[in-house]
Design a protein around this ligand. Structure first.
Ligand SMILES: [Zn+2]
Length: 456
């Protein structure tokens, strides 16, 4: 073991940390010969909202203990393949990016303003890696655990001045070119409501029917997905959003495995974007258990992709985040503690719990909380809940959720500074012979530019 940050000598410690941070996956790197040609299978994984604290928290969560006195906490796959960091600032006056500007930077190599979907600061469309790849005869795809019209996947296939224009994004994703082909080979996610809707005159628009009449397979269940044999394919598995993993089950690795099977069946080079969408949603909700379950889903995906890359040496995988969400800290309110083991005791998403509690009689709250959040409540938390039990505020759901967030913060030591995003640099993790391209510090646009260089 070369990389031991716990090395006894302080001077050596510094050298080893610096070296190890950017050298760990060297075992992956192949000979210079092999990397002189570009990869033929490029998989960009975007973990929405996954700043560095999520990697640290997940390492302890996975270990599952509240503390250890031995030096025995194992690195995760994220730690093992970490190669660099990326800055994410947008081209406006904020320095803190949203998912739209950040996805645009990754998809086009160009910075833009928050809210923009692959248009520049003046609103002009910028060619995306997917559009470029199609021109070069490559297959293109996106897989997400949210609406496929949501900011991150949208920036790879559409151009609109505002991320809120999800109907227009669905229209662009459904638009056929002069040869009758859709702008994608594979899209898997949710958001059926944007593809089947009423127009301004009340006429029913069904882009799904138009697409399937033109030879695009359209599926709406995971069972159907598993039986598909060819592209192009559009899978829309929910009307709106996916459920949280903590409330449901893992699905990202399965969706990706099926998507990659279909891309491989077509036997052409491809660029695939996979988004672990809901790390961000849990971050916005300041919900540590929710975030850790989404991270576990992402780790399962990465384990599959590592296997895939080993069997397909012409594959390069890059995992990065678009920004961090929630300002997660390990340790809150001046207390030196992060109770990773106790996070395992939480059995439901806090937002889901708040929705349930807002609808059920308050007399059932105690039993419900005890089932999914089995901590001894402080007097303050009990008082806050008692007050809300009799409240008729239309913000009651949000207020209940805030008390649940406070309970979890108190018992686990997971702190949050915001309900929004934060602007610190994000991890860059790379698997495959071309990983050297991403070593050390870079801006996220460098990742986008590198993709363009490979696809030719
Ligand atoms: Zn977000």
């Amino acid at each position: 073991m070369l990389c031991k940050p716990w090395h006894r000598l302080k001077t050596t410690f510094i050298i080893f940390v610096a070296a190890c941070a950017f050298m760990a996956p060297l075992a992956n790197a192949s000979s210079a010969d092999q990397v002189s040609e570009p990869p033929e299978k490029v998989i960009l994984v975007i973990a929405d909202g996954m700043g560095f604290p999520f990697l640290s928290a997940y390492r302890y969560f996975k270990d599952g203990r509240n503390y250890t006195k031995a030096n025995d906490i194992q690195p995760t796959v994220f730690d093992t393949y970490l190669v660099g960091v990326a800055s994410t600032f947008p081209a406006d006056d904020t320095l803190v990016t949203d998912s739209a500007a950040s996805a645009t930077a990754l998809a086009t190599g160009v910075k833009t303003y928050n809210g923009a979907i692959s248009v520049d600061a003046e609103g002009n469309p910028i060619p995306t890696i997917m559009q470029h790849a199609r021109k070069q005869g490559w297959l293109t795809g996106a897989i997400a655990t949210t609406r496929i019209t949501h900011a991150t996947p949208a920036a790879f296939f559409a151009h609109v001045p505002s991320r809120r224009m999800e109907d227009e994004i669905a229209d662009q994703m459904s638009a056929l070119d002069e040869n009758g082909n859709p702008p994608f080979d594979l899209l898997l996610g949710s958001g059926r409501r944007h593809f089947v809707r009423k127009d301004d005159e009340g006429n029913r628009l069904s882009h799904l029917r138009t697409l399937s009449n033109r030879g695009v397979r359209v599926v709406d269940s995971f069972e159907q997905l598993k039986t598909q044999q060819r592209l192009p394919l559009l899978g829309l598995f929910y009307e709106d959003s996916f459920p949280y993993v903590i409330d449901d089950e893992k699905r990202l690795e399965m969706m990706s495995r099926e998507g990659i099977r279909l891309l491989d069946n077509a036997n052409k080079p491809y660029v695939l974007m996979i988004e672990a969408s809901m790390v961000d949603w849990c971050g916005h909700a300041n919900d540590i258990a929710c975030a850790m379950h989404e991270m576990a889903e992402l780790e399962k995906l990465m384990e599959y992709l590592i296997e895939y890359a080993a069997e397909n040496p012409n594959t390069q995988i890059i995992l990065t985040a678009d920004h961090s969400t929630g300002g997660l800290t390990l340790g809150a309110d001046g207390e030196y503690k992060f109770r990773a083991g106790d996070i395992h005791r939480i059995g439901r998403g806090l937002r889901t719990m708040a929705v349930d509690m807002n609808e059920m009689p308050a007399i059932d709250w105690d039993a419900y909380i005890d089932k999914y959040l089995p901590f001894t409540l402080t007097v303050d938390h009990q008082e806050a809940l008692k007050k809300l039990a009799h409240s008729s505020s239309d913000r009651r759901r949000a207020e209940i959720q805030q008390v649940l967030v406070d309970i979890v913060r108190f018992h686990t030591g997971a702190g949050w500074t915001t309900g929004g995003h934060t602007g610190e640099d994000v991890p860059v993790i790379a698997i495959g012979p071309w990983s050297d391209h991403f070593r050390g510090f870079q801006d996220q646009t460098d990742i986008g530019k590198q993709l363009f260089e490979w696809v030719r």
